[in-house]
Design a protein around this ligand. Structure first.
Ligand code: BG6
Length: 489
């Protein structure tokens, strides 16, 4: 029997997480091609009266309009927080907090501007070399996501993104270039960010313009695109094993635990099914095959996923080393017509009266993190990584350059406490990278004012500001947490 583990293990990977399209900026520098995220236009949430005004989906008409009349729109993911030019200062600040790891993603369009070139863009590769070398200077291990909610827009225009099987060899080429180039600098990899979010946004998750597909076939396309990504991910695992046998490659989902609204067996059954729809993703990637429960779901929903000979073998050979999750909230579900559609969605119509909400109406549930970790570990018995967790909140910069964000400290403290409990419950947890360790552009709303960081960045939603970095109160608090390996909270 495994020994009781109290406290965080030695070598626990504390740090913070980001994504290229939310921090880098420099969208048209260094030979980078345009990405899907470069066309997420800002829609002023205050003008529309909605706090959560998702800029997740883009239609073919919108894309054409954005291209034609660019000057009429704001595209915050094009400017990010200028990490492209300020990475040295930012990584130095992470080092000051004592980060052991820094999660970032590589922009596919920086390496292959359209995804179709035979040779990679050297300037793009050289940029990440500099970033990894800076991390190495401080003893920070990079944790690299290969595809975090963006891809060359050319692949959307030519193939309608992951709806097409043609993307698999293109991703394989990209993966092999990354592994060959960075094998001595990067040990920890994640293939796709939150693959289960395909259920919510085909554009953000899979580069698909939804209006170009038959609405009746939306679910089928969703699972077909996911199948293509599963294969691409499994082939990347295979390539990693060949090129850099020491590397650890993980999959990732947005873990939203669904609780049943009542003790009615029908509601309990629905909660189980909703959780299955999310866990389907790591089920395939960690077990190397489609779980049996999906056969009925596919039949009931008239979904036919086209598979080719050899696909099953690829999935089997491409099992991941660990399962990474982002965790922000839990959900409540009940037996109702649209229950399956809500699985994995950020937006749940049923409120949990026991939980407080963030300023963006996200339910705050630290115990849900412990439940999630215990369930996932029971299911796969391979290491887990919490690679995103945090509180999006409005911060106030005081006149003397301070940010008193005790609400963020409180949020993270409670989640760290629950991770510690989960470790005691037997979970093998590799690390914790809080989301948006430095303020960045929100993925869902493209806002700057939804801040997650320990480091404040002086910039507003419209891209105005000095971009000066300030340490928030949480900065010093997290430094202590890391220095004490999670003992001082
Ligand atoms: C995760 C994404 O789903 O949630 C991140 O991987 C994202 O990219 C994070 O930023 C928080 O969401 P939001 O919409 O508040 O930025």
């Amino acid at each position: 029997m495994k020994e009781l583990q109290t406290g965080f293990p030695k070598g626990f990977l504390w740090g913070g997480a980001t994504a290229a399209n939310q921090i880098e900026g420099a969208y048209n520098e260094g030979g980078k091609g345009m990405s899907t995220s470069d066309y997420a236009a800002y829609k002023d949430p205050y003008a529309t009266g909605k706090v959560d005004n998702f800029t997740f989906n883009v239609t073919s008409k919108e894309l054409a309009e954005y291209k034609e009349n660019e000057a009429n729109y704001l595209f915050p993911k094009r400017w990010g927080i200028d990490f492209y030019h300020r990475y040295e200062e930012d990584i130095a600040l992470f080092a000051e907090m004592g980060f052991k790891t820094f999660r970032l993603s590589i922009s596919w369009a920086r390496i292959f501007p359209t995804g179709l070139e035979a040779e990679p863009n050297e300037e793009g590769l050289a940029f990440y070399d500099k970033v990894f070398d800076t991390c190495a200077k401080y003893g920070i291990e990079p944790l690299v996501t290969m595809s975090h909610y963006e891809m060359p827009i050319a692949l959307t225009e030519k193939y309608n993104g992951w709806a097409s099987r043609e993307l698999i060899p293109l991703f394989d080429k990209y993966a092999r270039v990354l592994f060959n180039r960075y094998k001595s600098k990067v040990t920890y990899w994640i293939t796709f960010n939150e693959m289960n979010m395909n259920l919510n946004s085909l554009y953000t998750g899979a580069g698909i313009l939804e209006d170009l597909i038959d609405p009746e076939k939306k679910l089928e396309v969703t699972y077909q695109a996911s199948h293509h990504q599963f294969l691409a991910s499994a082939l990347a695992v295979k390539a990693a094993r060949e090129i850099m046998p020491e590397a650890k490659v993980g999959c990732m989902i947005n873990q939203i635990e669904s609780y049943a609204l009542t003790t009615k067996p029908e509601d309990q059954l629905q909660a189980l099914k909703s959780n299955q729809l999310n866990m389907f993703y790591p089920d395939v990637q960690a077990r190397g095959e489609y779980p049996s429960y999906m056969a009925r779901y596919f039949a009931d929903n008239n979904i036919h996923v086209a598979m080719e000979e050899g696909d099953e073998e690829i999935l089997k050979a491409g099992k991941v080393d660990y399962v990474a999750i982002s965790y922000y909230m839990s959900h409540v579900t009940e037996a109702r017509e649209d229950a399956s559609e809500l699985a994995g969605s950020f937006d749940s119509p049923i409120k949990n009266e026991h939980l407080e909400l963030s300023q963006w109406d996200w339910p705050i549930d630290p115990i849900g993190l412990r439940i999630s970790l215990m369930k996932l570990y029971d299911r796969y018995e391979i290491p887990l990584f919490v690679c995103e967790n945090g509180l999006g909140a409005k911060d106030e910069l005081t006149e003397d350059g301070k940010i008193h964000d005790e609400y963020r400290i409180d949020y993270i403290r409670k989640h760290v406490e629950q991770m510690k409990e989960a470790i005691k419950d037997g979970v093998d947890l590799m690390g914790y990278t809080t989301w948006g360790c430095i303020d960045l552009i929100s993925c869902g709303t493209s806002q700057m004012s939804k801040r997650y960081g320990f480091i404040y960045v002086d910039q507003d939603d419209k891209g105005q500001g000095s971009l000066t970095r300030y340490r928030k109160d949480s900065f010093n608090w997290y430094k202590e947490v890391i220095a004490s390996n999670g003992e001082v909270l």
